[in-house]
Design a protein around this ligand. Sequence first.
Ligand SMILES: CC(C)c1ccc(C(=O)O)c(O)c1O
Ligand SMILES: [Fe+2]
Length: 301
Amino acid sequence: MFRYKKIGYVALNVSDIEKSTEFYDKMVGLQHVETNEKGLSFFRCSNDHHNVILYPSQEPGIKRVGFQLENDKQLELAYQSFVKNGLNPREVSQEEQKELKQGRSFRIVEPNTGLELEFYSKMMHMIKNFVPKHTKIQRLGHVVLNVVDVDSTIKFFTEKLNFIVSDHLGENVWMRCFPNPYHHSFALIKNTENKLHHVNFMVEDIDDIGIARNRVLNSDVPIAFGPGRHEPSESIFFYFLDPDGMTMEYSFGMEEFPEDNARDARLLEPSPWTLDRWGGKPSPEFASYGKIEEKLSLIEK
Ligand SMILES: CC(C)c1ccc(C(=O)O)c(O)c1O
Ligand SMILES: [Fe+2]
């Protein structure tokens, strides 16, 4: 099976590109790289050209998630595996690759949720390091979806995409893209609707969490949950909402797995204390907004 480097970027549809560009720059603390002639707004929190892209759209939500493979050889292995499994990988045009500052890239549609997934190995490496503003963001950490058919989606991710389950909690599951060490870069939460749950950015310092809480409290940005501590990855978390109501998370600390002899996935107790060891409760808006831009018509389910 093919090997990943990491979750590379998330593309979000936003209803007011100027408002959201300001929010992701000033409130989240990403670096705004450019807004191109089509109005796409690129952000980074690493030396990659982008880790978040905002697309202007009437329907806010999640457009796609990009995963970086270890190298070109692993990318080709992924392509061959997708063809063999009938996943109909579609190459991104040269023109769009140029727009995205990426090398060869291809996309498939996750058949249970309709989410488009992209795979690439090369993205423009920016000369100047990401300089944190108020929050020492280390990386795009994970994307989580609310999912109707969790079992089939787990099966797809583990059998077709080479993800490994790190933990189960009832029907919910946290997965890592092998051999990336972090406890999860993608997770599935059982729901009656397929939609975005949240986007996570990992931060360097516990102070980043406390400072963020006060910064958000002193603004008109809604707090969605936290600060608290998650049992599955042991991270300390804080969630807030973007201008379209999509949930963003900062988290500090995360269990890391070795490539070989990693522990088995646990069956964690389904209790509110498992989600927050400190006993907090999410707001009603938590993880509620973010339509998945559907691409289902392009594939045979
Ligand atoms: C409450 C959500 C689903 C959640 C739960 C646990 C973790 C973790 O262990 O890191 C998360 O990151 C979450 O977002
Ligand atoms: Fe999370």
